[in-house]
Design a protein around this ligand. Structure first.
Ligand code: GAR
Length: 210
């Protein structure tokens, strides 16, 4: 599978994917000058930058995005800090082949600054979600979730560090599972696994008790 990683921030999840040898054929950033671009360059991966300024209309942006993905013959997409909302046309073109990582236990705390939202709310548990992308924002069938405990006295910075550590462990594992067809999105919109639940559980073993 030829993966595109869609980014817009520091690129720590992109680095995690590249470090695990995910075949990333393209990085698309919606912002110029971000850390993720430097990481792509460090690993010799081509980068395309599509900004809101160039394409203020969502549909124009996405049309250009789809053309770019086609030009690089992309099969699957991993969103990692890409903060633009994809249109139905793009989701339909790649349905079941687009995943997103989000730093909370969705459906709690979607949107921006999810770690801080959860922290300020005072939750005792939060975590990380990887899901197939649909037309909504941080919605779509959930593939994997890993909880992270928020002990009394934990600082926001400590929680951010713990969440990012889980993200960097989990995302490459989910990509590997998709590559090996262990998991897929069925026609009826549900998630199907072809490995037994115990194996799925041990597959992300060690991440449960962070
Ligand atoms: C990650 O924490 C990711 O979960 C989050 O953006 C960060 C990107 O960091 N995504 C969202 O909040 C999506 N709604 P990175 O650039 O270091 O990978």
């Amino acid at each position: 599978m030829r993966w595109a990683v869609l980014v817009g921030g520091t690129g720590s999840n992109l680095r995690a994917l590249l470090s695990e040898d995910v075949p990333v054929a393209l990085v698309v950033s919606h912002r110029s000058g971000v850390g993720a671009i430097a990481i792509a360059e460090e690993f010799g991966v081509p980068v395309e930058v599509l900004t809101k300024r160039e394409y203020p209309d969502r549909h124009d942006f996405d049309r250009e995005l789809r053309q770019t993905l086609n030009r690089y013959d992309i099969d699957a997409i991993a969103m990692a800090g890409f903060l633009r909302w994809l249109t139905k046309e793009t989701v339909d073109a790649f349905r079941g082949r687009i995943i997103n990582i989000h730093p909370s236990l969705l459906p709690a705390f979607p949107g921006l600054h999810a770690i801080e939202q959860a922290y300020r709310y005072g939750v005792r548990w939060t975590g990380v979600t990887v899901h197939f992308v649909d037309e909504g924002q941080d919605t779509g069938p959930i593939i994997a979730q890993v909880p992270v405990r928020v002990d009394p006295g934990t600082s926001l910075g400590e929680l951010e560090t713990a969440i990012h550590k889980v993200e960097h462990d989990l995302y490459p594992k989910v990509v590997a599972a998709l590559e090996q067809h262990w998991v897929w999105l069925a026609e009826d919109g549900t998630i199907k696994w072809q490995v037994p639940p115990e194996e799925v559980r041990s597959w992300i073993d060690g991440l449960y008790l962070v």
